[in-house]
Design a protein around this ligand. Structure first.
Ligand SMILES: O=C(O)C1=N[C@H](C(=O)O)C[C@H](O)C1
Length: 325
């Protein structure tokens, strides 16, 4: 595959841009395959909004179900479509086999990405020393900088602050997506981290709290919806407008609960499909589409937030699309 990206875009320095609102983009599917038309539509949509960067093929992007070829196609299509507004792009990786991940870093070294978001190994529950050696080996080898992803309730292991802070000294480890779900751990890390080490929350429902505590930004699946309001919250916080920030947060806080009330990203995909941004709400097994009950609640929320016809309804496809679900 030829690389359509100029070297300038690839050279963007993740350390300097890992802040603000990052979107972990969904991977749209249609009839079992990656739906590139919807993917490109999404990229056009979000690159026109105040998003600081994109994460591809992570949890929300159903990276665990993508083949290596699909992941490559996804990355190159996003970069190609984003052309005019070259947002930084990180590739989500996960795995519990250090050697296999090293191979993946090798395979993807020449891809047009600005970094990796790599989660802790899951299931095998290594020691803190094992985690440190694992991430150290990956960081030594990676051609692009790494942000680490600590999410104990998914992986079964917590990357503690002592190991994290030692890893933060590695020149190729530039930040953390923090889903520790432990406010004391996050506060301690925010207090002790090096100045140039970014901490972004990945806990949608704790977004306002994390910014109040000093996080540099967030990676939020919920921000697929009401993206501008999610971004505005950070500008208001930065400007010290606390009351306006709280009001802004209150306008979207319920959304974070609604969109995670069944396993993500099915609720988000349903919303994006109903509003015409993607052509199908399909997810890949073992994930399943939203229940009829949640679909009704989302429909009501879409209606409440935007009483105008969606692009799909304007094309007269509303009812047909609903029946096809
Ligand atoms: O896609 C991601 O990465 C995200 N992961 C979190 C999770 O795993 O639950 C949630 C976040 O909104 C995005």
């Amino acid at each position: 595959m030829t690389d359509p990206i100029s070297s300038d875009l690839r050279a963007s320095d993740l350390r300097s841009c890992l802040h603000g609102l990052w979107l972990p983009l969904i991977a749209p599917f249609r009839e079992g395959a990656l739906d590139e038309a919807s993917l490109r539509r999404l990229v056009r949509h979000y690159t026109a909004l105040p998003v600081n960067g994109l994460i591809l093929a992570a949890t929300t992007g159903e990276g665990l179900t993508l083949t290596p070829k699909e992941t490559q196609r996804l990355v190159f299509a996003v970069r190609d479509e984003a052309g005019a507004r070259p947002l930084p792009v990180c590739l989500g990786l996960s795995g519990s086999n250090t050697a296999a991940l090293l191979d993946t870093l090798e395979t993807t070294a020449a891809w047009p990405i600005d970094g990796y978001l790599i989660s802790c190994p899951y299931y095998s529950r290594p020691s803190q020393r094992g985690l440190e050696l694992h991430f150290g080996a990956l960081a030594d080898r990676a051609a692009h900088p790494l942000a680490l992803y600590n999410i104990p309730y998914r992986t079964g292991v917590n990357l503690g602050n002592e190991a994290m802070l030692r890893l933060a000294m590695h020149p190729n480890i530039v930040g953390l997506k923090d889903c520790s779900a432990d406010r004391n751990q996050s506060l301690d890390l925010l207090r002790r981290r090096p100045n140039d080490f970014s901490v972004l929350t990945g806990e949608d429902a704790q977004y306002h709290e994390a910014l109040t505590d000093g996080a540099d930004g967030a990676i939020l699946a919920s921000a697929h919806v009401e993206t501008e309001a999610f971004a505005r919250l950070q500008s208001l916080m930065a400007a010290g407008e606390r009351d306006a920030a709280l009001a802004c947060w209150q306008s979207v806080a319920d959304l974070t609960r609604l969109l995670f009330s069944e396993p993500s990203p099915a609720p988000i995909k349903y919303w994006l499909w109903r509003t015409g941004l993607i052509d199908s709400a399909e997810v890949r097994l073992p994930m399943t589409e939203v229940s009829a009950e949640l679909a009704t609640r989302i429909d009501r929320e879409i209606e409440r937030r935007s009483p105008h016809p969606s692009p799909r309804e304007e094309r007269g496809e509303g009812e047909a699309a609903i029946t096809a679900l």
